[in-house]
Design a protein around this ligand. Structure first.
Ligand code: BES
Ligand code: MN
Ligand code: ZN
Length: 457
């Protein structure tokens, strides 16, 4: 199925009546009211009822939005319309609780990864409800789709080279520049990216995309681009390795976010840094007990080769920090511990900037893209202490794994005015409205809305 928006001058014939539970049905035609009574249809949130007209035609449909004050109502329930309605051109009759998010959900719900199979043909189209900015909802949906496509593409077709191509393509589309440091060139200036990536015959690289006016506020997004995470010599069991194509989800989300920001032409100087590597097993793999001097000069002992994400991010963050950005954000599928703490739907955000943390949590809830703050609890730094180097890349004791990972990253940022780390899942394990199973955008609609409120006109 496909969900599309109709041009504003186009007036579609088929009405979709929005109905709350217990609401008067006076605005519905007689036939629709009779059909609701005959079928016993309850307008619970997200339910759709097609209403037949004379001679086997379609008169329209009813869309239930549940109780008017429902706290638990998912703003993306309008995604059900693309799934449940027959193909056709529709318009809403009656006000949706949150029309903008409903349309975003409608556009995102029909997402399907069809690179390797035939696309579905059904197309449901809607007129844009008044007050909804079409360009805005479309650019948000495009950013999310880009992130999902990149995550869903299997690792055999999404290695460091293909991730580079995706960044180059996005740069070309928005007149951004993209420079790349590849393979052995990384050894001198980015020793940690080199150490992880050299295990694979697919050369590691650091992608560096910049866009916008140099005099504008500097916003830098760093995305974890581990194109497949075997765990390295500390190899993962098969059950844990199964979805590790998604370990470049931070990079995919960074590119999806960059699309939204550049397309909206926000007055910022944007930089996207992506360490793109494969954490593979080979004779060149880095080893438990190895010690590396990072770009920043901090020495790192390898406690676990499966804690590779924080290594590649450390060198990228150190580079980002050197130009003192106003806002430095990283997005990373960094720990299983973040999922243990908050589950698959709510990524933790770590920041020392209280105002930023409050704003992003509030904005995330308002955008139906929730994030939740966890503390950079400094007393846990002892868990990543090393006896031979400045720091160990893996925590001891097995507690607070998402926090110790965040504390590790924090050491590589000193000059950025605000720094925030998002430990995202980038995956929807079972489908929900507007969120089909598979690769997912996490935190980027929240960050986009935050940046738009801060820098937009
Ligand atoms: N990519 C994983 C984290 C991950 C695992 C995210 C499962 C989502 C689902 C990361 O590289 C990793 O392996 N982290 C280890 C760290 C540990 C070795 C200190 C983890 O979380 O177990
Ligand atoms: Mn790992
Ligand atoms: Zn990983």
């Amino acid at each position: 199925m496909q969900s599309l928006l109709l041009p504003p001058d186009f007036s579609p014939s088929l009405p979709v009546w929005v109905l709350a539970k217990g609401q008067e049905q006076g605005h519905l035609p007689e036939t629709a009211r009779a059909w609701i009574a005959a079928t016993g249809f309850e307008p619970s949130a997200g339910r759709v009822l097609a209403v037949p007209g004379p001679g086997g035609t379609l008169l329209g449909a009813v869309f239930g939005v549940g109780a008017e004050d429902a706290k638990s109502r998912d703003p993306f329930l309008a995604a059900n319309l693309a799934r449940d309605l027959p193909a056709g051109d529709y318009r809403f009759e009656g006000a949706l609780p949150d029309a903008r998010l409903a349309i975003v959900g409608f556009l995102l719900g029909s997402y399907r990864f069809d690179r390797y199979r035939k696309p579905e043909i059904k197309t449901v189209k809607f007129a844009v409800p008044s007050g909804v900015d079409v360009a805005e909802v479309v650019r948000i949906a495009e950013g999310v789709r880009l992130a999902r496509d990149l995550v869903n593409t299997p690792s055999n077709d999404m290695g460091p080279e293909e991730l580079e191509s995706a960044a180059q393509e996005l740069a070309g589309r928005h007149e951004a520049r993209c420079s790349v440091v590849r393979g052995e060139e990384l050894a001198r200036d980015f020793p940690l990216i080199h150490a992880v990536g050299v295990s694979s015959p697919r050369a590691p690289r650091l992608l560096d995309l910049t866009w916008g006016n140099e005099s504008h506020p500097r916003v830098t997004i760093v995305g974890k681009g581990v194109c497949f995470d075997t765990g390295g010599l500390d190899i993962k069991p098969s059950s844990a390795m199964l979805i590790m194509k998604k370990d470049m989800g931070g990079a995919a989300n960074a590119l999806g976010l960059a699309h939204m920001l550049m397309d909206a032409d926000l007055p910022i100087r944007l930089r996207v840094l992506i360490p793109a590597v494969e954490n593979a097993v080979s004779g060149r793999s880095f080893r438990p007990g190895d010690v590396f001097r990072s770009r920043k000069g901090i020495t790192v002992e390898i406690g676990n080769t499966d804690a590779e994400g924080r290594l590649v991010l450390a060198d990228a963050l150190a580079l980002a920090d050197e130009e003192e950005p106003d806002l430095l954000i990283d997005l990373a599928t960094l720990t299983g511990a973040a999922r243990v703490a908050l589950g698959p739907e709510v990524p933790p955000v770590f920041s020392d900037d209280d105002a930023f943390a409050d704003d992003i949590v509030r904005t995330g809830l308002a955008e139906n893209d929730p994030v939740w703050r966890l503390p950079l609890w400094r007393n846990y730094e002892k868990m990543i202490a090393s006896k031979v180097a400045d720091v160990n890349n893996a925590g001891t004791g097995g507690h607070a794994g998402s926090i110790t990972a965040a504390l590790f990253l924090r050491k590589f940022v000193e000059k950025a005015k605000t720094y925030a780390h998002f430990d995202i899942f980038a995956w929807t394990p079972s489908a929900r409205p507007g969120r089909p199973e598979g690769g997912e955008a996490h935190a980027i609609r929240a960050i986009y809305a935050y940046l738009k409120a801060r820098h937009g006109s």
